[in-house]
Design a protein around this ligand. Sequence first.
Ligand code: PGA
Length: 258
Amino acid sequence: MTRRKPIVGMSLKMYHNSLKKAADFAESINQLVGEEEEIEQFLFPGMGTLYPVSLKLKNSLIGFGSQNIAPAANGAYTGEFSIESLVDMGGSYVEIGHSERRSLFHESDEMIADKVQLTIENGLMPVLCIGEPKETTDFEWIKSFLENQLSMDLKNIAKEKLETVIIAYEPVWAIGAANAASAEHVAKIHTLIRESLSNLFGTETAEKIRIIYGGSVSKDNVSAIVSNENVDGVFVGRFGHDPKNYQAIVESVKTIKK
Ligand code: PGA
């Protein structure tokens, strides 16, 4: 069986907005878990704080990236953020297609596909967010919804590049909620996502792609969530915005996945 390196990623969304607060946060997690080799980690700070955070994480094992990029590398895209700037800062990851981008900023799957392609062309890793909009136990429906998102969002990617894509399964109804989706739900859906990846791109490729779960992950629920073999890690939001909680999440994933 393919060994996939476990992941803990985190987004600060638009919460830590002063340059000092974001940089201090990056420094704290770097001190706590910045030498952790067994877990791949990355941080997506708010866009305006990316540069000071990049300086703090420059020599760290914790990677960083942007929460969005423009669908083109440069040009007449007023108000957008270019991947060229991210590359210049030393970033390695790009978050693409988060449900807040899809719903609040009307990002289409076509635009998301362009962003995934641009990220790969620049040698960075896309963290592609997918997820069903409503809570249901109709797993066939969820599977076809997610498979459709995967086929549209990854349509431009050559097979040999697909293993650099990280899929973040984020059921929209579990984002910003009191509780995460149940560990059973997450295990079931991650297994279905891997089946879909296998249908779309072949089993060998599907086995290499990391699938992480996001949506109200906390230090209390993370161990149960990552205990299934198809769950390769977590994508953390609010409940990791305290460095000690973030550290606890990283340590739990390490314990479960060792
Ligand atoms: P949350 O955010 O953990 O605060 O729900 C997760 C996400 O949106 O990625």
